[in-house]
Design a protein around this ligand. Sequence first.
Ligand SMILES: Nc1nc2c(ncn2[C@@H]2O[C@H](COP(=O)(O)OP(=O)(O)O)[C@@H](O)[C@H]2O)c(=O)[nH]1
Ligand SMILES: [Mg+2]
Length: 509
Amino acid sequence: MTTQAQQLAGPLSAAVANLCVGLQPQVSPATAAGFREVLRRLSAPLQVAVAGRIKSGKSTLVNALIGRRVAPTDVGECTRLVTRFQYGTVDRIEVVFTDGRKQVLPFEANGSIPPDLGVEIDQVSHIEAYLTNAVLRDLTVIDTPGLGSLDAASVARTEALLGAGSDGELDPVSRNAVAGAEAVLYVVTQGVRADDQQALAAFTAATASREAGPVNAIAVLNKADTIAAETVEGSNGDTWQAAVLLAERQALTLKPRVADVLPVIGLVAESTETGGFTSADADVLRRLAELDEATRETMLLSADLFVSWECEVPVGTRTRLLEKLDLYGIRKALEAVDAEPAITAGALRRKLLDASGLDGVRAKLNAVFRSRADGIKAAAALASVTSLAAASGDANERQRVHDAIEVLLAKPEAHQLRLLEALTLVASGAVAMPNDLVEEVLRFGSSPDLSEQLGLRGRPPQELMAYALERAGWWRSFASFGATPAQSRVAHVVHRAYFLIWQQLRGRR
Ligand SMILES: Nc1nc2c(ncn2[C@@H]2O[C@H](COP(=O)(O)OP(=O)(O)O)[C@@H](O)[C@H]2O)c(=O)[nH]1
Ligand SMILES: [Mg+2]
């Protein structure tokens, strides 16, 4: 068996792949089969699950991110299935049945997956959608029906199938050990409830007990346009400001299980990114902008009034615009036309996209997931390797695997992996720390930027270096003196992280 080094995300994935290859002849056939699956996953793009309650707008957001209206939204049986969107050289939909059978289906004329498949849905495991889409080259996006929902069958399917796609070679225990998404984009709407926390825990279960944490989890506050600004203190009646404030508040509830909570308007992002917003729509908006003030204000009071109020623009046209942008998007577009009556459809689209907050979500995905894909994948693979060995029931085998992992982690190159592990341990509360130290440790995961990792964004290099060195010293003594063994292990990693930052800063001078 050879590893496909050119497809691996980086050196950490390569190190874990080598570990698997090296161990393969020394373990039972069942564990070896599991290792093959781990190797297969290591050379695939990062697997990101989009999770959250039903109707929170997951599929809408998936479409916006992929840039094509390919996931059915709202209704239809497909919204109850897990769909994996991955890169392929030709566009293709495969329905995978629970018995392993596969059936190829055509896309709808509009390029979407058919909302109703015309097959026995109870026998469907999940859908594989291959798209020739550049976004998917290094990110496989998994749309889920919804964790923490009331539809028990959908929940069961989500939990069972997140990250499915194994070749049927594995027994259920092993499959569970290697299944699971490697990262999660968690979609919430106004008012995170207690069961959203439960849903995050369910995600942990679905990722085969790997913790979701700030290293591999981001949350978005979707449907930001529907927030009633007057209910949010400090928003000054501004919807987006209200969304920003609410997202900050939700971050307090969800952190440190997620890296951040960002507001977004998935619907507007979808319409502007998938070609849904057309120049005909821009024409309609220009006509609406010319209506007399009173008519316009009345129409913008509610969705009902928008479509039913007497006005020269046909009702069907208005209904379609409402479906694409909802009232908030229409209001924003009208403001843009007011400010610049000759605005082009393209410029209007850009304004709407800016208003949707999608750029912020993309930037966060890049900073938290893409830039760390190697570490995230390697850590997930190591966790799988560990649970495969544990599941084998053979104490010798377990010891051999454990020893090999220890050797790997002791290498200086594996520092990033240890740091990711430490972040997850601290974020999940598995290793208890005082709050200020938790915050300090988690900063390492907040950004690839060194000054931000130090919590000293924008400060001069000299100050950054002095601080890194000082904290390195502090964590070293904390490791030796004031710490429990578990804390001490984390502290050593943090000490080294500061030391390496200091070295890097020095090298830049
Ligand atoms: N107003 C508004 N509606 C949205 C937004 N995102 C999604 N929706 C609507 O919410 C409904 C459910 O969306 P869907 O993506 O199917 O949710 P899912 O069940 O989580 O996949 C659809 O009618 C979407 O058009 C948003 O940001 N604003
Ligand atoms: Mg959906």
